[in-house]
Write a protein that binds this ligand. Structure first.
Ligand code: AHM
Ligand code: MG
Length: 335
């Protein structure tokens, strides 16, 4: 059995970023360094997760509630702090904004020169934490626009088209990193003995249609009738299969590879749904669009949505072109 890493001449993540940009331009160097830092955060979190059950005080809730009104887990705090610690030393990032922090976190020592902002969800799928199931981290990088002298970070209230890199880390049986810098989507697998993310697949293309539909059907009576109608259509049509893990990074990763659609629609109580635009839906939309798929709120391309606030939520319908179009047609035309 040949080892993939050797077969492929061990293309590491940082080398891959440089190769894609085919240049030693400052931006190529910056992006390579930024991706390297994200990879380091991923390795630290993966290591912590793999031993979580063996350590005291690592799992469970902190007893606090975050800005979103959700109970915070110790793992959320740990992973949030890992990203901060890793980017403090990067020199490149002046601000970080995440699901776990009400306002952006500024790194003053990086600010005059740090030209980038990192937006991230440190732990996606928090409900999987204490039961040893798949989790993720989601990241997005934007160029800082203007000086942000008043610390309002207003320049972040711009569409997902402003992302210069985005992706996710999937903590599953192995740890994978999937990213795009606008030149296709590429996946890497962590070789724990080398401590390196090694290229596993380049230019991933999502199938135009697939068997998977991934949605929390427990919310059925909370949805709009058009979403219920779509699900009824799925139920009476042959060839669909339901998959929903509680961590969208893993569900959307499955959809990326096998095709299909992931939905988190609005509900009666939360018309905008649950997921946040800047560090959840926009980065995943960027990845899926780069792989030839689509992401929409049902009425607007996710990458065109301009948020009014940092933690704005959007409904999400994401995946294979034809499957997303089908859901859209139920929302817009009722069939
Ligand atoms: P989180 O970042 O707080 O974990 O929330 C995001 C997660 C998604 O990964 C997942 O698809 C969804 O929330 C599950 O929510 P629900 O239990 O409402 O279906
Ligand atoms: Mg999240």
């Amino acid at each position: 059995t040949a080892e993939r890493g050797l077969d492929r001449d061990c293309t590491t993540l940082s080398r891959h970023v440089l190769q894609q940009l085919q240049t030693f331009s400052p931006q190529a160097q910056d992006l390579s360094a930024l991706m390297n830092r994200i990879a380091l955060a991923g390795k630290l979190i993966a290591r912590h997760l793999s031993r979580a059950g063996l350590m005291e005080g690592v799992l469970g809730f902190t007893g606090e509630t975050n800005v979103q009104g959700e109970s915070v887990k110790k793992m959320d705090v740990y992973a949030n702090d890992v990203f901060i610690a890793v980017f403090k030393q990067s020199g490149l990032v002046c601000r970080l904004a995440s699901e776990e922090m009400e306002n952006p976190y500024y790194i003053p020592e990086n600010c005059p020169i740090g030209r980038y902002t990192l937006l991230y969800d440190p732990i996606d799928g928090s409900s999987n934490t204490d039961i040893n199931l798949s989790l993720g981290s989601i990241f997005s990088i934007r160029q800082q626009e203007g000086e942000d002298l008043d610390g309002s970070a207003k320049d972040l209230l711009a569409s997902g088209r402003k992302q210069i890199a985005a992706g996710y880390i999937l903590y599953g049986p192995s740890t994978m990193l999937v990213y795009t810098i606008g030149r296709g989507v590429h996946s890497f697998t962590l070789d724990p003995s080398l401590g390196e993310f090694i290229l596993t697949e380049e230019n991933i293309q999502i199938p135009s249609h697939g068997p998977v539909y991934s949605v929390n059907e427990g919310n059925f009576w909370q949805w709009d009738e058009s979403i219920r109608e779509y699900i009824r259509y799925v139920h009476r049509t042959e060839g669909y299969t339901a998959r929903y893990s509680g961590a969208m990074v893993s569900d959307i990763h499955r959809v990326l590879i096998q095709g299909g659609v992931f939905l988190y629609p609005g509900t009666v109580q939360k018309p905008e749904g649950k997921l946040r635009l800047l560090y959840e839906t926009a980065p995943l939309a960027y990845v899926i669009e780069q792989a030839g798929g689509r992401a929409t709120t049902g009425h607007e391309n996710i990458l065109d949505v301009i948020p009014k606030k940092l933690h704005q939520r959007t409904p999400l319908i994401i995946g294979s072109r034809e499957d997303v179009a089908k859901v859209e047609s139920f929302i817009q035309n009722g069939h």
